[in-house]
Design a protein around this ligand. Structure first.
Ligand code: FES
Length: 167
């Protein structure tokens, strides 16, 4: 399903915040990245069409900012803070356990294509360690029990989507 249909409400919400529709390019690129796991040609073309922009302009904006990935990643991009304050509260072990649970190396993606794990520097939520951002949404005060439950929930959702699509 196209982004403009699948995320109609979210897109409308962002468009309504700006006098110029093209100003919504960054939040719409987030949506595209969330949907496809990275900024791909399809996402760029869809965002450009929604905003009535040239795809080359959209691509150049995506290329300029480090928060957009132009390489394939899992549907859920898990960026674990392992900076000092978090490390003192167990973030290193949490990061290691998370990679082990998903069977990935650093910056690797799980076999089901759903989860990419990497470590990042301080995300300014130092009192909530271990914490990570998933597609730029914070998940805080984590432990592996919470993470396993969340991962299995996302896997079940994904399987349900696949089952629905195959009906
Ligand atoms: S050190 Fe992890 S959020 Fe600041």
């Amino acid at each position: 399903m196209a982004l403009k249909d699948k995320y109609a409400d979210r897109i409308q919400h962002h468009l309504s915040k700006y006098p110029e529709t093209r100003s919504a390019v960054m939040p719409l690129l987030y949506i595209a990245q969330e949907e496809y796991g990275y900024i791909n040609d399809e996402g760029v073309a869809e965002v450009a069409e929604i905003l009535d922009m040239d795809p080359t302009q959209v691509r150049s904006i995506a290329g300029f900012y480090t928060m957009y990935s132009e390489k394939p990643k899992g549907k859920y991009w898990l960026q674990v803070c392992t900076d000092l304050a978090c490390a003192l509260n167990g973030a290193d072990q949490f990061h290691k356990d998370l990679k082990e649970y998903l069977g990935v190396e650093e910056a690797g993606t799980s076999e089901d294509g759903l989860f990419t794990v990497e470590h990042v520097m301080c995300l300014a939520a130092c009192d909530k360690a271990p914490m990570l951002q998933c597609n730029f949404h914070y998940m805080e005060n984590l432990d592996m029990e919470k993470m396993k439950a969340w991962i299995e929930e996302k896997r079940a959702e994904y399987q349900a989507e696949l089952d629905k699509a195959n009906q």
